[in-house]
Design a binder for this molecule. Structure first.
Ligand SMILES: NC(=O)c1ccc[n+]([C@@H]2O[C@H](COP(=O)([O-])OP(=O)(O)OC[C@H]3O[C@@H](n4cnc5c(N)ncnc54)[C@H](OP(=O)(O)O)[C@@H]3O)[C@@H](O)[C@H]2O)c1
Length: 293
């Protein structure tokens, strides 16, 4: 089965290309080869590649910059998804897409379900929500996986920032009043390939909106502490830096961050037998990969 992968050099895109299962041919294109915001280019590439499935790993992901680049964020995260949805619908193929916990306000205290009301607090979350709606309207066979706190060996993310700071400092301050679920880019790629395999084998899927993130939930402070503990154990840090917990108010950012980013992933588990990965095990694999680089 031939699969077109957009944003193939991003965190998740990279893992999708690394983990192509047997029996699949992945055509991965980066933003220079396929700008999803360009409707004509999307149509031309889909006509040329003739995929049987599209996985969209492309997105405008600069959460803070989005506040001042609203047009670009919407051009990619809403219009780009609409372009892909239209091309998929025209070619009668499904589209697998990734969205975010930022579609929620973060005011909840229990894990968010797919049916819970959305209320993004910033431009990035709003543009991603608009992309979800564009996909639902434009394409009849789609899967949306909302995920959170993505990390991997490739690209910029919290794990790599902490490793850098951990080498430079004996102690540092990390936000302790935001709860979320770290998710490895590799586990998202595995979930997307598992869905692709199910689609290939059965000819259909239970299309719709799903949550997929790692377990267990934690704060950024606890995430940092686990990164340092594991990195030290693997000989990547000479000592474990002290991580002081601070409040969100003490670490202001242009875009507001949700205090509660925990999502209930049971729907995907029940419908497609895809279970959340333990991010601590995934973290170890990422650290080992980074140590070997
Ligand atoms: N990172 C997180 O913590 C997080 C959390 C929740 C959900 N998500 C979602 O997960 C998905 C994957 O995120 P990620 O972390 O892998 O992001 P990423 O590393 O920033 O990768 C996104 C990729 O999209 C490409 N891209 C940007 N604009 C494009 C365009 N107009 N046309 C084609 N490609 C374009 C980028 O290429 P260039 O670099 O060349 O622009 C980049 O390679 C996204 O949908 C994101 O919203 C991410």
């Amino acid at each position: 089965m031939r699969v077109l992968i957009t944003g193939a050099y991003g965190q998740v895109g990279h893992e999708l290309m690394r983990l192509v299962p047997a029996g699949f041919e992945a055509i991965g294109l980066d933003s220079a080869e396929l700008d999803i915001a360009d409707a004509a280019q999307v149509a031309a590439v889909v006509d040329r590649v003739q995929p049987q499935l599209i996985i969209n790993a492309a997105a405008y992901t600069a959460v803070d910059t989005a506040e001042s680049e609203l047009q670009r964020a919407y051009a990619v995260n809403r219009d780009g998804v609409a372009n892909l949805a239209q091309a998929a619908q025209r070619s009668e193929i499904p589209l697998l897409h990734i969205s975010t916990d930022y579609v929620f306000s973060g005011d909840a205290t229990a894990p968010y379900g797919e049916q819970d009301a959305t209320a993004p607090t910033g431009v990035y979350g709003a543009s991603k929500l608009a992309g979800e709606l564009a996909l639902m309207e434009g394409c009849s066979r789609y899967m949306i996986l909302r995920t959170s706190w993505v990390f991997g060996a490739h690209g910029n993310n919290f794990v790599k920032t902490m490793l850098r700071l951990g080498r430079e400092r004996d102690e540092l301050s990390v936000v302790a009043d935001q709860q979320g679920c770290p998710t490895s880019a590799a586990s998202i790629a595995c979930a997307l390939w598992a869905l692709s395999q199910q689609y290939r084998d059965r000819g259909t899927l239970q299309w719709g909106l799903y949550h997929y993130s790692g377990l267990p939930a934690c704060s950024w402070q606890a995430f940092a502490q686990e990164i340092f503990a594991q990195a030290h154990e693997l000989g990547m840090l000479p000592r474990v830096p002290v991580v002081h917990g601070i409040s969100t108010a003490q670490y202001p950012t242009p875009a507001k961050r949700p205090a509660w980013s925990v999502m209930d992933c049971s729907r995907l588990q029940q419908a497609q037998q895809i279970t959340p990965a333990d991010w601590r095990t995934e973290l170890r694999a990422v650290l080992l990969e980074l140590a070997g680089q």
